[in-house]
Write a protein that binds this ligand. Sequence first.
Ligand SMILES: Cc1cc2nc3c(=O)[nH]c(=O)nc-3n(C[C@H](O)[C@H](O)[C@H](O)COP(=O)(O)O)c2cc1C
Length: 216
Amino acid sequence: MRLLHIDSSPLGGNSVSRELTQRVVAQWRATHPHSRVEHLDLAREAPSHLNLDSLGFRLGVNAEGLSDAQRQENELSEKLVSQFLAADVVVVGAPMYNFSVPSQLKAWIDRVAQAGRTFKYTEKGPVGLAAGKTVIVASSRGGMYSTNPALTSLDHQESYLKTVFGFFGITDVRFVRAEGVAMGEEAKQKALANADIEIKAAVTEAANDEAAALVA
Ligand SMILES: Cc1cc2nc3c(=O)[nH]c(=O)nc-3n(C[C@H](O)[C@H](O)[C@H](O)COP(=O)(O)O)c2cc1C
């Protein structure tokens, strides 16, 4: 089993989402001791924003016609999409930034969202090509969104990630979250304790679903 561990917060040791992804991975390792874990740190090695060179793969330019810069960008996009497709489980550290995700994470999504690799268009509409994975998103945010109906519509972070991974054909997308972390120390500790419960539940449920699928 291959687990891809992605972090996108630039805050290093002060990051809540990094703390959560570490806990998810530790929990996963405890139930799946033979997992192979690969870490992708997007704060340290984020792909650049898409530009004319990195969009080569979408423009359908054949390999011979590519410039050196386009070839290099294509290699990076190919490395990222292959790494993603090879993973059985993907753990994504996703802080909320300005109601959405950090641009480092968006830049990664832009590289792996490739027609013919993670999705395709058919006469009946888009079809995801990355089905069968489990994605666990470790979400951190300063305010409370999940419990306040008036704020739910402002969440373009979790809802966006659910949409993107769903577009790739992934139906097993689980969220563990620490929210309200900017609402005082007590609220932050409560959020972390709550996230801990969610992490144990998410990993246990994923393991149970996996076992049930093997028996079926
Ligand atoms: C640039 C920036 C933008 C943020 N935008 C929001 C926001 O829109 N809503 C919110 O509730 N919290 C927001 N926050 C708070 C973060 O979501 C919160 O601190 C979270 O813990 C960040 O994840 P991290 O600790 O893993 O870096 C923002 C923080 C930063 C640094």
